[in-house]
Write a protein that binds this ligand. Structure first.
Ligand code: ARG
Length: 459
């Protein structure tokens, strides 16, 4: 038969394939709590404005409580024929309370209803991301504190560049994650306007109080343009954008963990809890969680690109295309939260191999820059000349198969006669990192300064 919600205009029922492509209940049932909260606020406002009787409003409120309990108990009769969560709830409300249910949709459309529900959901996800990021920042901070002065190689091009401290490397991620957090905070602030009351697209002739519903639902204010209210999805795009950047950061550390946990590096040992074995090779301990985290970015960024593509060609205001916003965003949010939690566990549980870190830090002529700086400071060489002299010394050591500190003073003086034995003082990795005291540099004192700052920020 014809859909009971708009049966007046329709004679025949829908084709089964039409029902399959049109129904969103399979995924938007996740919005049930937001939908009910929105309906409650709407009905309370309608009653306060004299648009609905107190008795009807109370019946609606009690009915919605029942509906919510049924959904949470898992015995709600979800029906694809009723398309989506909004109509499933309203139809069930009518079963439960009869005629007053039909008055709930006064001065409302599914267009502002879904805009509201989805916005409430995304707003919650911003809060969840912020909480997850804070926990992950604390995990990195714990590692930084443990190893504020452990020396390891710093890389450019994945080639040994200069020695750095473990704490400094961990704090680099704290900085990234703090920016991620502020992106979610920003997005949340911007999306915190209530679209309810925009109705289908033009507003309504009923004397509604949008300020009241906005306040009841925790928004800063109602949205100011009804057309924009029902067609805007940039709040979701901002969430996905922030999520993509955050997932990219997680992916970069995941890549470092894959490299660092390899037999060739042995910089870290991942806990058994976040690794797997091989069904054939008994020696294997694979960093699966890190690899999956690296891949999660693909999904999250994919959702971002997909929703962009859905939205870019839509004339104002609502088009059914926009129903495709939810599955993508749900999936991206689920995977982001899972990724944050998994990364937190891996970071908290990983063990640095300080011996491997230290010996890697000392290899690869990592203190060549310190040597060049010494030539500038002590012998007053122009930096470019010092660079050249140091390059010759590196070549000499490399040809001999030794490291810079293993060159004799005579060998050094054969390249530049004024070099003294004092030079050996700057060739050690500990001296190297201790000397990098510029603000934000890798010196343990700087690292401790910023650990203290972040501890204060995170409370
Ligand atoms: N299920 C729909 C969605 O997710 C709700 C809005 C439907 N509005 C409409 N005019 N068909 O977008």
């Amino acid at each position: 038969g014809a859909n009971s919600m708009w049966g007046g205009r329709f004679a025949g029922g829908v084709n089964a394939i039409m029902e399959a492509i049109n129904a969103s209940i399979g995924f938007d049932k996740r919005l049930y709590a937001q939908d009910i909260a929105g309906s409650r606020a709407h009905a309370a406002m309608l009653a306060a404005q004299g648009i609905l009787t107190e008795a009807d409003q109370q019946a609606i409120d009690a009915g919605l409580t029942k509906v919510k309990a049924e959904i949470e108990a898992g015995d709600f009769p979800f029906s694809p024929a009723l398309e989506d969560i909004h109509m499933n709830i309203e139809a069930r409300l009518r079963d439960l309370i009869g005629e007053p249910a039909g008055r709930l949709h006064t001065a409302r459309s599914r267009n502002d209803q879904v805009a509201l529900d989805f916005r409430l959901w995304v707003r919650e996800q911003c809060d969840a991301a912020i909480t997850g990021l804070e926990a992950l920042m604390r995990a990195f901070l714990g590692q930084a504190e443990a190893g504020a002065d452990w020396v390891m190689p710093g890389f450019t091009h994945l080639q040994t560049a200069q020695p750095v401290t473990w704490g400094h490397h961990m704090l680099a991620y704290v900085e990234m994650l703090a920016r991620d957090k502020s992106r979610f905070e920003d997005a949340r602030r911007r999306m915190n306007e209530c679209p309810l009351g925009a109705a289908a697209l033009a507003g309504t002739s009923f004397p509604i109080d949008r300020h009241a519903t906005a306040a009841a639902l925790g928004f800063d204010r109602p949205t100011a343009n009804s057309l924009d209210s029902v067609s805007d999805r940039d709040f979701a795009l901002e969430f996905l954008g922030a999520a993509s950047i955050c997932a990219m950061h997680l992916s970069r550390f995941a890549e470092e963990l894959v490299i660092w946990s390899s037999a060739q590096f042995r910089f870290v040992r991942l806990s058994d809890a976040f690794s797997t074995g091989s069904s054939i090779m008994p020696q294997k301990k694979n960093p699966d969680a890190a690899e999956l985290l690296r891949a999660k970015l693909g999904r999250i960024l994919g959702a971002n690109v997909a929703l962009f593509t859905v939205m870019k060609g839509l004339a104002l205001t609502y088009s059914k295309d926009m129903q495709e916003d939810k599955e993508l965003t749900f999936d991206a949010a689920d995977n982001l939260m899972l990724g944050l939690a998994a990364m937190e566990g891996m970071v908290r549980d990983m063990t640095a191999n300080t011996d491997a870190l230290a010996s890697a830090a000392a290899s690869g002529f990592s203190t060549a820059t310190d040597l060049a700086d010494w030539l500038v400071r002590e012998l007053n060489l122009p930096f470019r000349d010092a660079h050249h002299v140091t390059g010759s010394l590196v070549k000499m050591a490399e040809d001999a198969g030794i490291d810079l500190p293993d060159l004799t003073l005579e060998q050094m003086q054969s390249v530049h006669a004024a070099i003294t034995s004092e030079v050996f003082g700057v060739l050690g990795v500990d001296n190297s990192v201790r000397s990098r005291v510029s603000y934000g540099g890798t010196a343990p004192d700087q690292v401790r300064l910023h650990i203290a700052r972040w501890k204060e920020v995170l409370g």
